[in-house]
Design a protein around this ligand. Structure first.
Ligand code: SF4
Length: 151
């Protein structure tokens, strides 16, 4: 069931667009560090965990990476594959595992709304946001704050 959903990226991008708007309606109540964040962290863990193997990085880019979590890459690469992808499209570190960037690219081709965002360059990950709510970080603009020297 979950595998079937993962391979329906257009449904997932629709779900993303709906949830993004829904969460946006509550922006005035979304603040980091309070009980609302605790609740949202649990909801994110129990929804994105099984569906995307979410690692709770706090800066969600799923819609820009073919609805495939880049943090499941053993090297945590957020801007495409390393040079070690095997000829069969599998990971050089874990040969049993398909490279997540091969899956991300293939799925992005089935996403008419957000598929082209896979070409965007992602800024460095802010590791201080690990374990926090990506929904709060996104709607409050925290996730978009760039590290000094990066633009
Ligand atoms: S990008 Fe981050 S928040 Fe989004 S699913 Fe992956 S680990 Fe979770």
């Amino acid at each position: 069931m979950i595998r079937k959903l993962q391979n329906r990226p257009h449904w997932l991008e629709i779900a993303y667009a709906v949830s993004h708007r829904l969460v946006g309606c509550f922006t005035p109540w979304l603040k980091p560090g309070g009980w609302v964040e605790k609740v949202l962290v649990h909801i994110e863990k129990f929804s994105k965990g099984p569906l995307f193997d979410c690692k709770m990085c706090g800066q969600c880019v799923l819609h820009s990476t073919g609805m495939t979590c880049p943090m499941t890459c053993p090297k945590n690469l957020r801007n495409g594959p390393c040079g070690g992808v095997r000829v069969d499209g599998h990971c050089e570190i874990d040969p049993a595992m398909p490279c997540i960037w091969v899956s991300a690219w293939e799925r992005s081709r089935q996403m008419p709304w957000y598929g082209t965002q896979i070409m965007n360059i992602q800024p460095p990950l802010n590791r201080q946001l690990q374990g926090t709510s990506a929904w709060i970080n996104d709607s409050t603009g925290i996730a978009a704050r760039l590290p000094a020297g990066w633009d």
